[in-house]
Design a protein around this ligand. Structure first.
Ligand code: HSE
Length: 403
């Protein structure tokens, strides 16, 4: 019998406990062993829960119990998740997590600690919720020369954008709805400001480059500045606006960015709506592959956690293990990143736009002069925007890059 302890009895912890219980026979069939949830750590008591008798409030009970083989950390946040994870790995316990914050901040350290103790550290649920994406990237796709990994990595913002722009609902109502469904982070700023997506693209970047970038070195923009007029403009262009995390590898340069992008209808990510996430991996010789599925919520996330658990029980460490090290300078300055942009200005005439940006495609707009530029470097785009503001007194309303 494999004894596990779950740290955190929130949305994901509850889903994981239920799935382990419901799938008892299937887990035994797959692994040849039974799983017992011995402890659930939480600050609260849950007297009405079927797991009430497993609740403990002191992590040391779990740490010091030699029968506990695997710790499932689904608390979220960096601390005390970091301390609990290090302690468990050093004690020779496997650790599984859905906590992208702690993986993005300390994943390199945890993998090294796990290797030193001969145990596993797995985090399939940390990116893309229920989508199997970590394992395929480190096993099936690793023999390609990867040129880009890009994805819709945050279910909450994709849900909000879908509801706002397809159904015309307000930002606030859509956010509340996402929170009620258990999609959003405890502090939804991490979703709407792009931080959660930055942590996830950080992890994916580490898998394909071997280098973990400090998340605050990733250029990150959220969805809070997207205006209804921008969505209408995107529709006129036959495009959609999606919050993307992108890791673009060009020779020695690795550009990592999280921002809203306009996607053309032939993009693999164009039709990814609602809480769904998708990760597209582009490389040679494979071309483009996409991993698609529900990116948040109790059931999908628990599914990925339980997949990690069964893999550990069935295979031990006999599977592809990711390796990466922290590298402060691994992300290149995005000033050299080249892309076209949709730009909207108040107080600029079409002639002055052309005099600064050269040939552009104008988009009909009620409240501004809106246009799409030719592809140009980030540095050039920023310089031209600044020129139009300083020389013509124009006000920038929007700028959204195109894929
Ligand atoms: N808040 C996250 C999201 C949860 O909406 O995608 C899953 O990581």
């Amino acid at each position: 019998m494999v004894n596990v302890a779950i740290l955190g009895f929130g949305v994901v912890g509850g889903g994981t406990a239920r799935l382990i219980t419901d799938n008892r026979e299937e887990i035994e069939r797959l692994t040849g062993d039974t799983v017992n949830i011995k402890y659930i750590l939480d600050l609260r008591d849950f007297p009405d829960s079927p797991f009430a008798d497993r609740i403990v409030h002191d992590f040391n009970i779990i740490l010091e119990d030699p029968e506990v083989d695997t710790v499932i950390e689904v608390m979220g946040g960096s601390h005390p998740a970091y301390e609990f994870t290090v302690a468990a790995l050093k004690k020779g316990k496997n650790v599984i997590t859905s906590n992208k914050e702690v993986v993005a901040n300390f994943g390199d350290e945890f993998l090294a600690a796990a290797a030193a103790s001969g145990v596993s550290y797995r985090f399939e649920a940390a990116v893309g919720g229920g989508i199997p994406v970590i394992s395929p990237i480190i096993s099936s796709v690793r023999h390609n020369k990867i040129t880009e990994v890009r994805g819709i990595l945050n279910g909450t913002t994709n849900y909000i954008l879908t509801k706002m722009f397809s159904l015309g609902e307000s930002f606030e109502d859509s956010l509340c709805d996402a929170q009620e469904r258990g999609y959003a982070e405890r502090n939804p700023d991490a979703d709407i400001l792009g931080t959660d997506a930055a942590r996830k693209i950080d992890i994916l970047t580490a898998l394909v480059t071997g280098k973990l970038v400090p998340t605050d070195k990733i250029h990150t923009e959220g969805i809070t500045n997207i205006r209804k007029a921008d969505v209408l403009a995107a529709e006129k262009l036959g495009m959609k606006i999606k919050l993307l995390g992108r890791c673009i590898i060009e020779g020695e340069k690795v550009f990592v960015i999280v921002a809203p992008f306009m996607l053309p209808s032939d993009s693999a990510l164009f039709g990814v709506s609602g809480v769904y996430n998708a990760v597209e991996v582009i490389g040679e010789p494979i071309g483009s592959v996409m991993f698609y599925g529900p990116g948040a919520g109790a059931g999908p996330t628990a599914s990925a956690v339980v997949a990690d658990l069964t893999e550990i029980i069935a295979s031990g460490r006999n599977y592809a293990v990711p390796t990466f090290t922290k590298d402060e300078g691994a992300a290149s300055d995005i000033s050299e990143l080249v892309c076209a942009s949709y730009i909207a200005f108040d107080g600029a005439c079409e002639a002055c736009v052309k005099s600064v940006f050269g040939e552009v495609t104008f988009v009909e707009s009620e409240d501004s002069v809106a246009f799409v530029t030719a592809p140009m470097s980030e540095k050039a785009a920023c310089e031209k925007i600044a020129r139009l503001i300083s020389e013509r007194g124009a006000t920038l309303k929007s700028r959204i890059r195109l894929v």
